[in-house]
Design a protein around this ligand. Structure first.
Ligand code: GLP
Length: 243
């Protein structure tokens, strides 16, 4: 079931997204969160920090698993997703950093590290809420369009368009890693609830394709249509092509 919430401005976008995450933590303080990076979640995390400072939400007993990480960036590299999470959320709330997991992009054997991440996720049980953004090519996490998709955490070669889209965060495209580690599609779909957020006109076409088009591995986000509980938060621009 896809539940679409269209908001009218950036502030509402962040409030609604943060409200969904905070609401879960209020009813289930021990929730397992699946977290995302990218530009979309930044304002949502900022709003969550505000809610925490007002005493309206606590992460003290929560656990988090991030979707993905670049391979080859040290965890303190400004663009590593571990550093992103620490700076945009974890360092400002009461989450125990030992309960925050991000795939290890520095592992000497990334394939083995990916398997280890899958083992940890399996041992943790089901993620209560998986937060997702969406790439312009329909990727979720770093599950890129392909003839075949992977079920669990794996190493992936990034598509050229993805590297170009993310080059804005680096000094040049040459610095953008060529590979990443990402949770697989089955791991994402195993979550009890999914929160997909997208804003801006540049996401309108891919959102329509993902949510109303055919199920295809060429648009990994289209597989979200098979999930029983997806909440989609979009602004007017991103939701412009949704019926
Ligand atoms: C990145 C991340 C995704 C993210 C997507 C969209 O490469 N791996 O998890 O959802 O691309 O990013 P943005 O929110 O900046 O548009």
């Amino acid at each position: 079931m896809l539940n679409i919430i269209k908001v009218s401005n950036e502030e509402q976008f962040n409030e609604v997204g943060a409200g969904i995450i905070a609401g879960l933590l209020q009813t289930n303080p021990r929730a397992i969160l699946g977290l995302a990076t990218g530009s979309t979640p930044v304002g949502v995390y900022a709003h969550l920090i505000e809610l925490y400072k007002k005493g309206l939400v606590s992460f003290a007993q929560a656990t988090s698993y991030n979707l993905d990480e670049y391979i080859g960036l040290a965890s303190d590299h400004p663009e590593s997703y571990r550093r992103f999470m620490n700076e945009k959320l974890f360092n400002h709330v009461d989450i125990d950093l030992r309960n925050t997991y991000v795939p290890d992009g520095t592992a000497s054997n990334p394939e083995q590290a990916a398997q280890e991440y899958t083992r940890m996720l399996d041992a943790a049980g089901r993620i209560d809420l998986q937060f997702l953004g969406i790439g312009h090519n329909g990727h979720i996490g770093f599950n890129e369009p392909a003839d075949e998709l992977h079920a669990t955490t794996h190493v992936v070669a990034l598509k050229e368009d993805t590297r170009q889209a993310n080059a804005r965060f680096f000094n040049s495209i040459d610095e953008v890693p060529t590979h990443a580690m990402t949770m697989g599609i089955a791991s994402i779909l195993k979550s009890k609830q999914i929160l997909l957020m997208a804003k801006g006109e540049s996401k309108a076409e891919v959102l329509a394709r993902a949510l109303t088009g055919p199920l295809t591995t060429q648009c990994p986000a289209s597989l979200l249509q098979t999930h029983p509980n997806v909440v989609i938060v979009v602004d007017q621009a991103a939701g412009g092509m949704l019926k």
